[in-house]
Design a protein around this ligand. Structure first.
Ligand SMILES: Nc1ncnc2c1ncn2[C@@H]1O[C@H](COP(=O)(O)OP(=O)(O)OP(=O)(O)O)[C@@H](O)[C@H]1O
Length: 625
């Protein structure tokens, strides 16, 4: 038996069939998310053709891309003063799918000179918008003649000599499909192209206009000496164009030192590839939407063309309050040029942006007190969480972010008392903890709020302070120092005072407080976390695990009644019981007090308030008799 390798000559080699029509439809209609992307592709071809002419044609020329419309004829024309195409090049590059001259030029040219095209596909998208595509082109190589390419479907085309265009360059004339005839509007074109092409290096004009729509120099390309305040103003104004929902508070320029330095010196060879490549601006938003803390917003331009205006994944997840616009020559687009390939360079850029943000925030904290104050007020909660993601951020923020507490929002050092203790309560309800701390006049942090507990834990461990988490077993042990009593005394107290609570004798502050009901805050918090997790739509297997865990906690006992051995009334009652005297009236009064306290602290508490109030009234009457 012969194997394929041994006897190839005997085996017939077949050619795979290609349904060109089907392939064309996929490439032209389904490659891009929106057909208007076709416009961007055609402008990009004009741009590349101008770059080509600059490289190859030694004569001087004025660079221009002009988009015009004829409402009557329903045509849209993209003209450029680029290199044009010879008849041969029309066949070879324009009409051959997957082949383009731009790729060849790029391979020959190490610096690339900002060439954008690479796939040899973009031109096809013209057939999505147009029922007929005409390309009138005069090559710098044959400047006395002009050729006309015409096609209705990209598959069959004609290429003939035509009336001379008078100057080197190309007009791509689209006879718009009925569904895109609204594109035959200068206003609409300006809107679309300002979005995609604002950073493109070659000037783009609409209609007869003499001012290019992309004539504004982005702040990082400003080479003249501008006063720092002016520069900051221009940065803010530029950021505003990209930040639709919020005002930018302040900006963080990308590699400013490299850029400003470059003005005097050639590129420093010690710079990393990202430092050499990445340009742009990051900023901090003024405000946030209610209900979402992730408003990250990043526009990515690759070689001047907007590629992705929602590339938020390049910003760290903690930076929900940041926006940005970046420009790169080296990030790689996918074939649709609407997203980025997640290659190793992508992750290098992502890392670099995170570093820039951290350094930028540190510098704002140091040098821009007013902006920093606004940032802290607007994004306190997000910064609290952000500080947990990076040690440097923690160092910058640890004494600047505010913690919600019984005394309002205060910095954490104000929470720490003389004994180097910070108290945090886990409940949202103004329960026993709130009352105790109001009496003691020391602040207690509200730990139910997002990121407060992990932040305080970290702060306490770094600063050598004890964190007392009230409502947890451990926290309570710090606060309520248990005492032993004879079981017969405990029984009498329990019978007289408890409904369904577990009675514990302890000494605690303030000593004026005879007793306090302490629910198991841990179980309550865990329940809440469980529903948070569910909101995040975590995998159901993980959710089951969480539920199993919470189930265990729920079956733990419950509500405890601490009675304060430091309190003179309680001490007196214990003594009386030990002597064998009856204290039932006093216990009834204390029990009523307990019920009233519980009911006022916790609106959901299952207590018999009317019975308690009735008992108080009866006891008052008895005392007066
Ligand atoms: N306006 C133009 N002027 C001169 N040549 C053009 C023009 N438009 C297209 N071409 C030629 O046609 C080729 C194919 O264009 P097409 O847009 O399909 O691919 P590309 O730009 O090379 O790559 P990509 O698919 O990444 O855009 C280009 O490489 C270029 O040689």
């Amino acid at each position: 038996m012969h194997t394929l390798e041994h006897n190839e000559s005997e085996i017939e080699i077949n050619e795979a069939g290609v349904d060109l029509g089907g392939l064309m439809t996929v490439l032209s209609k389904h490659l891009y998310s929106t057909p208007v992307v076709a416009l961007r592709e055609l402008v990009q071809n004009s741009h590349d053709s101008i770059v080509r002419r600059r490289i190859e044609d030694k004569g001087s020329f004025e660079s221009e891309i002009r988009i015009t419309v004829d409402r009557q004829l329903k045509t849209l024309t993209i003209s450029d003063s680029g290199a044009g195409l010879t008849l041969e090049e029309i066949h070879q590059f324009l009409a051959t799918v997957g082949v383009g001259y731009t790729r060849t030029l790029r391979a020959q040219n190490e610096d690339n000179d900002g060439l954008i095209g690479m796939f040899g596909l973009g031109f096809l998208s013209a057939f999505v918008l147009a029922s007929k595509v005409q390309v009138r082109t005069c090559s710098y190589q044959t400047p006395t003649i002009t050729h006309l390419y015409q096609s209705r479907n990209a598959q069959n085309y004609t290429a003939t000599l035509t009336e001379h265009r008078c100057s080197v360059g190309t007009d791509v004339i689209l006879t718009l499909n009925d569904s895109y005839k609204e594109l035959a509007s200068e206003q609409e074109l300006r809107r679309l192209l300002s979005h995609y092409c604002i950073l493109l290096n070659e000037p783009i004009y609409i209609g007869e206009e003499s001012e290019a729509l992309n004539n504004e120099t982005p702040p990082w390309r400003i080479t003249e000496d501008v006063h720092p305040i002016q520069l900051q103003k221009r940065r803010l104004a530029f950021a505003k164009k990209f930040e639709m929902n919020f005002e930018p508070i302040t900006t963080i320029p990308i590699y400013e030192s490299v850029l400003r330095h470059d003005l005097e010196k050639p590129v420093n060879n010690d710079l990393s590839p990202v430092e050499k490549d990445l340009k742009g601006l990051l900023w901090i938003q003024d405000g946030a939407f209610y209900g979402t803390s992730d408003n990250r917003n990043l526009a990515v331009f690759v070689r001047g063309m907007l590629l992705d205006d929602d590339a938020k994944d390049l910003l760290p997840t903690w930076a929900g309050f940041m926006g940005g616009v970046i420009e790169s020559q080296k990030l790689t687009p996918t074939a649709s040029r609407e997203t980025l390939q997640k290659d190793s360079y992508y992750y290098e850029v992502k890392h670099a942006i995170s570093e820039l943000l951290i350094e930028g925030l540190a510098s704002i904290a140091e040098n821009q007190p007013e902006a920093w104050r606004r940032i802290l007020t607007r994004h306190n909660e997000a910064l609290l969480a952000a500080s947990l993601c990076d040690e440097r951020l923690f160092a910058i923020l640890q004494d600047r972010v505010k913690i919600p507490s019984s005394q309002g929002e205060i910095t954490v050092n104000k929470l720490s008392n003389k004994d180097r203790k910070i108290h945090v309560m886990l409940s949202e309800e103004a329960g026993f903890e709130d009352m105790i701390f109001r009496t003691l006049k020391i602040p207690v942090a509200y730990g139910h709020r997002y990121a407060v507990i992990p932040f305080l834990r970290k702060w306490a461990s770094i600063n050598n302070v004890t964190l007392i988490e009230l409502g947890t077993e451990k926290g309570n042990q710090h606060f309520f120092i248990k005492e032993e009593l004879a079981s017969s005394t405990l029984e009498i107290l329990s019978e007289g005072l408890c409904d369904n609570e577990h009675l514990i004798v302890a000494s605690f502050l303030p000593q004026e407080l005879p007793l306090v009901v302490v629910p198991d805050r841990e179980a309550i918090l865990k329940n809440r976390l469980e529903s948070d997790e569910a909101d995040k739509r975590i995998a159901s297997a993980a959710l089951d695990l969480v539920r199993q865990f919470t189930k265990k906690i729920e079956s733990r006992p419950e509500i405890r009644l601490f009675i304060n051995s430091k309190n003179s009334a309680i001490a007196f009652l214990i003594e009386e019981i030990q002597k064998g005297n009856s204290v039932s009236q006093s216990l009834l009064l204390l029990k009523a007090m307990k019920t009233i306290m519980t009911a006022s602290g916790d609106s959901q508490a299952n207590v018999n308030l009317s019975q308690a109030l009735y008992n108080v009234s009866e006891l008052v009457k008895k005392m007066s008799n």
